[in-house]
Design a binder for this molecule. Structure first.
Ligand code: F6R
Length: 595
């Protein structure tokens, strides 16, 4: 979702802004723009569509020591160049990530005071409102502080003020923004990777922090008082962003899963390591899991795991629902927030609500020092590395892994019997993943790419896995798909099955395999083209499938990781054969920082 970059220093800001915007592309956007100072005046260039469109409008000879840039993911107003950021009103030029919820009442007041608007955005209103305050007090820090109590919603702003072209200003509330610290130059950015080509030193802004940034100094205020800030170092090698010869980041990230899990497993492959790396949560008698999208699906998988292995009731909630419902939560409840980015607005809000209700909060997070990681009581990092493709793959499997280890830690602490050989089996999983990675599914791809609807079936934990498979397929191939608990299809949705409708079923649980197979046959009787993915140890009758994909059996706790690999690859190959923009699917954002 929207990306912000800003530069102040001795060098030309324009190539740095464009490079930063390209690095932020993965967040998802539909227009882009930059503002810089030329001949002592602000020059704004912005355009709908890709950054390449913006680049065509740039003038080679322009150079400026200060600038701000933005990739916009449309919320208020379509993806047009007028609605693109930066916006300028009076003395204020600004880029924004977030939503100003009370923009309409502010806009009415500003129109009454003579302001005119060129866009449909809440952002231009925020810009004008800051100008309105600044005109009166001529003090930008004071104006921004006032805005902190007036603006409802979420925002990260990068600002240039006409009277002060030697400073950038930044302020944030519930949207990510960092300050990059360079040598005689400083940056603002939505995330650290956007500035890694120039510096790996950075400072985090807390909610309501207001920063004045010059080329050699950063001063941060909160409540009009100066606050001191630590300078942190980002330790991920920037080469992890390289595509390494793969056609897409998604394929690269699918392939990375065996190595990443191999590294991760080393921290959890014995009782002692598990007990050392995962705290004791046995005192909580109820667990809530909150998350969105694929992270929610990882939560559904882990509900089955934790309930089965650790004998504790688990409720999994979509974060955007959790935050607006009656909750039965108290200080005996553990609330687990799962998030790859650590910035998802609904998940962050859910954490805050859970804390207010007295629950203990645990984050399963990939991006270190992200907002959710900083707000939860405890955090376990999933160590997936930077995930660039919008559709998560390694982010999801590492979440499932950590949650399975959490289930195991609870079982160990509760002295529940576990397989004596479990750790040896866990160590074998990366090799089993490897053996699934070079499959191409050409024949299936040809069949699926022509379809408009695809159904997924599974029971129990296989149902949890196909929820993710269906999301993966639809988000990158744009083919409509639905995942159903196998026994539920006949309660309505089976009416959609007609000749050659693909039904992809996951069958990895021996105890209930026959039940799922009966449900599959019900779809075949209505003309379905049946594709079954099953573990090698389960007999699958010949009359229940058109195509059969076999996968290895591993420990139940990690079986969902193996299950999803062929399904990720099938989604990828179908999307590729359809020529879709796999790493940046239409309308989607990597980091969903608005609710
Ligand atoms: C789908 C996908 C999304 C995210 C969701 C939550 O491939 O990536 O559904 O899982 O937006 O994001 P995080 O995990 O960053 O909170």
């Amino acid at each position: 979702m929207c990306g912000i970059i800003g530069y102040i220093g001795k060098k030309n800001s324009i190539p740095r802004l464009i490079n930063g915007l390209k690095t932020l592309e993965y967040r998802g956007y539909d227009s882009a723009g930059i503002a810089y100072v030329k001949d002592n005046k602000i020059k704004i260039i912005k355009e709908a569509g890709k950054i390449a469109n913006l680049e065509k409008l740039l003038e080679d000879k322009d150079s400026s020591n200060i600038g701000i840039g933005h990739t916009r993911w449309a919320t208020h107003g379509g993806a047009t160049s007028n609605n693109a950021h930066p916006h300028k009103q009076g003395h204020i030029t600004l880029v924004h990530n977030g939503i100003i919820e009370n923009y309409q009442e502010l806009k009415d007041m500003l129109i009454d005071n003579g302001y005119k608007f060129n866009s449909d955005t809440d952002t231009e209103v925020a810009c004008a409102y800051i100008d309105y305050l600044y005109r009166e007090n001529k003090d930008i820090v004071e104006s921004l502080d006032k805005c902190n109590s007036i603006f409802k919603g979420s925002y990260a702003f990068g600002i240039i003020v006409d009277d002060d072209y030697d400073s950038l200003y930044a302020v944030r509330k519930n949207s990510p923004l960092i300050i990059g610290i360079g040598d005689n130059e400083n940056y603002i950015a939505s995330d650290v990777p956007a500035i890694l080509d120039y510096t790996n030193k950075y400072t985090l802004l807390n909610n309501y922090d207001i920063a004045k940034i010059t080329k050699d100094k950063v001063t941060v205020y909160n409540n009009l008082k100066e606050v001191s800030k630590d300078i942190l170092t980002y330790n991920i090698d920037k080469s992890v962003r390289d595509i390494n010869g793969y056609d897409h980041y998604m394929l690269k990230e699918i392939n990375e899963q065996s190595i990443i899990l191999n590294n991760l497993i080393k921290n959890y492959d014995s009782k002692d390591k598990i007990l050392k790396n995962i705290k004791d949560y046995t005192k909580y008698n109820k667990i809530f899991i909150v998350a969105c999208g694929s992270a929610y699906h990882a939560g559904v998988v882990s509900k089955y795991m934790i309930e089965k292995y650790a004998d504790i009731e688990v409720n999994v909630e979509i974060a955007s629902e959790f935050r607006y419902k009656k909750l039965f939560i108290d200080n005996n409840t553990l609330v687990i927030a799962i998030s790859q980015s650590g910035e998802t607005a609904d998940t962050l809000a859910s954490v805050r609500i859970a804390k207010e209700l007295g629950a203990h909060t645990l984050g399963i997070i990939n991006v270190e020092e992200s907002s959710i990681a900083r707000e939860v009581d405890d955090v376990i990092y999933t160590k997936a590395g930077i995930e660039v493709a919008v559709a998560t793959t390694k982010g999801y499997t590492t979440q499932v892994f950590i949650l399975s280890m959490l289930a195991l830690s609870l079982a160990i602490r509760k002295n529940i019997n576990i397989d004596k050989d479990i750790f040896n089996k866990i160590r074998l999983v990366p090799n089993l993943i490897n053996s699934l990675l070079d499959r191409k599914y050409n024949y299936l791809t040809k069949i699926l790419k022509k379809k408009n609807d695809i159904f997924f079936l599974g029971r129990n934990i296989d149902y949890a896995s196909v929820l993710e498979a269906s999301l993966k397929l639809k988000e990158i191939t744009y083919i409509h798909s639905e995942a159903y608990a196998a026994g539920e299809l006949k309660h309505g949705t089976i009416s959609l099955i007609e000749d050659d409708t693909p039904v992809i079923s996951l069958v990895t649980n021996k105890d209930i395999a026959e039940k799922t197979i009966s449900n599959i046959k019900e779809t075949i009787a209505r003309g379905a083209y049946s594709i079954i993915i099953a573990t090698k140890d389960i007999d699958i009758p010949k009359d229940s499938y058109n195509d059969l994909i076999r996968i290895d059996r591993t420990v139940d706790l990690l079986q969902p990781i193996l299950n999803i690999i062929p399904l990720q690859l099938i989604a990828y190959n179908v999307a590729k054969s359809k020529g879709c923009d796999i790493d940046k699917p239409r309308n989607l954002a990597k980091s969903v920082t608005v609710e």
